[in-house]
Design a protein around this ligand. Structure first.
Ligand code: C5P
Length: 220
């Protein structure tokens, strides 16, 4: 097998990492890894409040969690114990549960091992909060996407509207800001750009412009 390629995309909630990671992965003909879905699936499976359990209980529950990855680009499928992780974990509420889980060293170190072991077997576009800083520090291409909280809340609002799920813009703004604050300020693997990441402020850019910038950078 040739050398594996790892591209990392980090950034705050709702900045469009998944959309860009899927597209870039398709362009490169490799899978994309949604590590937020891993934190979400832990929180979803163990349930509300499980982030308050003691370490030993969490560790023994996690011992039965196995993640597998198949497919390429948008068709990448991340499964937990053989079941694809679906839309049930992609609510703002489960996002906050995931953020609570993500403060716990025992959960981070378990998922770190799972993420690195996928990266040892597949070329990946890996997206999350600490891909470039902690999980794949040697990755040859690292991106950090950012945008104002107002813009990210507005994007999420339109997305939900299109899905026929009207939301409250102010509430979305508050939820996103709260999750960002927790993700940026936690003690372990806080959200931040790697020193060698290319940072793209997407506030004033549309999807095509962001994607074009990623592709341009990849060609350098
Ligand atoms: O990216 P997504 O919104 O799905 O992530 C859910 C939560 O999981 C984040 O708010 C963050 O707390 C946590 N997370 C993390 N590290 C990652 C990916 C996600 O801490 N690599």
């Amino acid at each position: 097998m040739g050398k594996l390629l790892i591209v990392t995309i980090d950034g705050p909630a709702g900045v469009g990492k998944s959309t860009m990671a899927k597209r870039l992965a398709r362009e490169l003909g490799i899978p994309y890894l949604d590590t937020g879905a891993m934190f979400r699936s832990v929180a979803w499976k163990l349930g509300e409040g499980s982030w308050e359990w003691d370490e030993d209980k969490l560790k023994s529950e996690l011992a039965s969690f196995e993640y597998t990855l198949s497919g390429i680009g948008e068709e990448s499928i991340l499964s937990l114990n053989g079941t694809p992780i679906g839309n049930e974990v992609r609510t703002e509420e489960v996002g906050m549960w995931a953020s609570n889980m993500a403060t716990l060293p025992v959960v981070r170190s378990f998922l770190k091992e799972a993420q690195q072991s996928l990266g040892a077997r597949f070329s990946l576009v890996a997206e999350g909060r600490d891909m470039g800083t902690v999980i794949f520090p040697e990755a040859p291409r690292k991106f950090f996407l950012d945008a104002s909280v107002e813009e990210r809340a507005a994007r999420r609002f339109h997305q939900l509207e299109q899905m026929g799920k009207p939301a409250d813009l102010e509430e979305l703004k508050e939820q996103i800001a709260k999750r960002d604050h927790q993700d940026r300020n936690r003690a372990v693997a806080p959200l931040k750009a790697a020193d060698d990441a290319v940072t793209i402020d997407t506030t004033e850019l549309d999807k095509e412009q962001v994607f074009a910038t990623l592709v341009q950078e990849m060609q350098k």
